[in-house]
Ligand binder design. Structure first.
Ligand code: BES
Ligand code: MN
Length: 459
């Protein structure tokens, strides 16, 4: 590697910042069909940059009815050098200024070293960090490792295309190390080595009562109100101790060993600080017997994401509604399978249903299993060294509560050592208003990747 690679990355950083700005202007919202062409435009933008910086292959793969994957490679380090596969996603969650943003979500604005826009932290900063690091290497004469990059355009909307792509292209994706670059550090200063993510399953409960909305004076008290029935059902899904009271839900959960409890213990204090800073909730809550960090790291959950029914407009409407709906999702941990959890959920919800209403439980997506990697792999040692050099702070070991659906498929189909390299931060407002990334962290992220490639190449 050219000795000036780090200097090169710094010299081009204002151009890198402008690249991030340009990518953030493309509203690549994968969850809204009307934005499909914007997602395609973002894919083209990424492929064009790959070509321009000298990657030898930059292709867009788009399956019928799905959103594109971008694949790029540079294999100039030779057959004896390690090969690294980088995964990121360039699609984003929906956003509208009226949700409460201070500025337009797709017009990036810089304030106090942070760039505010939808997708800044989740996850376009990762796309740009990864490509800028490769650009610095290629412009400096070449990389010490072979590079493959896979950017997904529907991570936020179910990831279905990439499941088949990974299963069908093990040769294209063959690598010694696979880096999943997404996610967040607890704050700007503290790097973490994430060695796991939770899985997910999403579903809806539809409750039906009377044929149509009724006058609540004519029939109220004689018909079981669907909103009330739904509330009664969902209120029975947790026990008073905060655990999920769905029979069988915990059947497949991996035991939490004393050894792992000790490994994660140093995360308690930073997580509690982060919890105070980010949530603003009046008091902690959760399953008895676990610390706040353990509740998100090693325990599964059942969460209400939305609930609606009846009249929610201004003023009074004395209506007895005919339907009510709740949207729910469960975070899963090793070794729960979405299919088993789904069986437990719909069986139990039907068992809780009184004869006075009818209930339909709908599974929304395939879901994803949790993901856990080897804490002792050589690749993780290289990640540790890279964050220490990039941040000047020793990283803590952690498991994350979020989900990246494709990770379990990587584990199933690729023989590569898997590692995670997050460069976002928890106060970045992912999925929320005023999403932002810290430009200092973007720059450190680029240097961290350069250190990582060096460490891998040096073995
Ligand atoms: N970047 C997140 C995943 C994440 C969150 C990783 C926290 C590490 C820490 C990703 O973009 C995301 O939001 N995933 C969704 C997946 C879902 C839509 C299937 C999630 O976790 O809700
Ligand atoms: Mn996300």
């Amino acid at each position: 590697m050219h000795p000036d690679t780090h200097a090169h990355a710094d010299a081009q950083f204002s151009a890198t910042r402008n690249r991030l700005d340009a990518l953030l202007r493309i509203p690549s919202v994968s969850t809204v069909p009307a934005h499909a062409d914007d997602v395609r435009r973002a894919a083209r933008w990424i492929a064009d940059w790959m070509t321009e910086m000298g990657m030898t292959r930059a292709e867009i793969y788009e399956a019928e009815g799905r959103l594109p994957l971008v694949y790029g490679e540079w294999l100039g380090a030779g057959e004896t050098a390690p090969t690294v596969l980088i995964y990121t996603h360039y699609d984003v969650q929906p956003a509208d200024k009226s949700d409460g943003w201070d500025t337009e979500p797709f017009e990036p604005t810089e304030r106090n070293g942070k760039l505010y826009a939808r997708g800044a932290v989740d996850s376009k900063c990762h796309v740009v960090i990864q490509l800028a690091a490769i650009e610095a290497l290629l412009k400096g004469g070449g990389a010490p490792v072979n590079l493959k990059v896979l950017c997904e355009g529907e991570e936020e909307s179910g990831s279905e295309h990439i499941y088949a792509f990974v299963a069908q292209n093990p040769d294209l994706l063959r690598a010694d190390v696979c880096v999943i670059s997404d996610g967040s550090l607890p704050n700007e200063h503290q790097p973490v080595l994430d060695y796991g993510l939770r899985g997910i399953i999403s579903f809806e409960i539809h409750v039906k009562g009377p044929r149509r909305d009724l006058h609540s004076g004519h029939y109220g008290g004689s018909v079981h109100n669907p909103i009330q029935a739904l509330a009664e059902i969902v209120a029975q899904l947790h026990a008073p101790d905060g655990s999920v009271s769905v029979p069988g839900f915990y059947d497949q959960v991996a035991p939490f060993t004393d050894e792992e409890r000790a490994v994660l213990a140093p995360m308690h204090a930073p997580f509690e600080q982060e919890w105070q800073d980010v949530t603003g909730a009046p008091a902690p809550w959760g399953e008895q017997g676990y610390s706040a960090h353990e509740r998100i790291a090693v325990r599964p959950t059942l969460e209400l994401n939305g609930i609606y029914g009846g009249y929610i407009g201004e003023g009074v409407k004395t209506v007895l509604p005919s339907t009510a709906v709740a949207k729910l999702s469960c975070r899963l941990v090793p070794y729960q399978t979405p299919d088993h959890v789904w069986e437990c959920l719909h069986t139990h919800i039907h068992a809780l249903t009184p004869p006075s209403v009818t209930v339909e439980v709908k599974r929304m997506e395939m879901g994803a299993e949790a993901f856990i990697i080897d804490r002792t792999s050589p690749a993780l040692k290289a990640v540790t060294a890279a964050y220490e050099q990039g941040w000047g702070v020793k990283p803590l070991l952690s498991r994350e509560g979020g989900s990246i659906p494709v990770t379990a498929e990587f584990q199933r189909y690729l023989s590569a050592q898997l590692v995670m390299m997050p460069f976002g931060y928890k106060n970045g407002g992912a999925h929320s208003i005023n999403e932002n990334c810290d430009l200092g962290m973007v720059q450190k992220g680029i240097h961290t990747m350069l250190h990582f490639y060096r460490a891998l190449a040096d073995g």
